[in-house]
Structure formats: structure tokens, C-alpha cells
Design a protein. Sequence first.
Length: 147
Amino acid sequence: MCGDTTGLNGNVATSGTVTLSPGASVVFNGAVAQTTGSLLSGTIRNLTINNSHGVTLSKSVTLVRTLTLTSGVLKLDTNIVTALSAAGGSSTSYVSTDSAKSHLEMSSVGSVQAEFPVGTAAEGFSPVWIQNTGTADSYSVQAAMDT
């Protein structure tokens, strides 16, 4: 798949190798909970979550541009999402970082405040905002359950 947007309504199951170009944009917009399978290993341009039932990430992924959260929770399990930026985020649409190994990383946080739309299954949406007054840098955020 090359430089276009691909919308996925179901789970992705492959018996071979699927390679997306770094220019590909993927939209998960199913009517039931979805799992990314091996589709999202590596680097793509944009990822949009628009599934109120949620999407589970099977492998870590790097986004050259934006993670857009329109509807539904992106469950990372033990994976990492690295993105240039994130758009959206609400009590019904965030990145769930329930595992000690999972986190959301933004690769170029600078003088403009960046929102990390994270949360946990138990406590919900708990966004973090970071503004860097120095040179743009990468930051990783993980929400953890309050004990």
C-alpha cells in the first residue's frame, strides 16, 4: 500500500508480509473492536482511530506525522506509538497505556504546548501537557493507575 489513506473496518489477518509505505495513512473505523495485527509494524504517515469500540495495537509503530483520535480508545498493550503530534483526545478517545512497557512518544515537542492524550482503562482519560522552552525534543508519557 502506498501514499494513500486506507480505511479498515475489520481486523487485519495476514499469512505473509504486509508492507506499508512511510507515506501511507491508515484509518481504523470499524463497528466492532479491532486489532491491528502485523499491519502497523514499522513507519507510516498518519494513524486515525475512529472506532467507538476501540483498537488494540499489536506492534509498536512510528508515525511520521499525526495520531488522530476521533472516537474510541487505542490500547497499546506492551507497545509504543511514536508520533510527531497528536490530535483529538477526550474521555471517550485516548491512548491507553496500561502496561508498564507502553507509552506515547512525541518526537518534536517545542515551544508550542503539546497534549499527550493518554489514560488507563481503570481511570480513563488523564491527559498530560508538555511545553518545552528550549530546543524541540522527544518526550514519552505513560498514564499509570493511581494506587
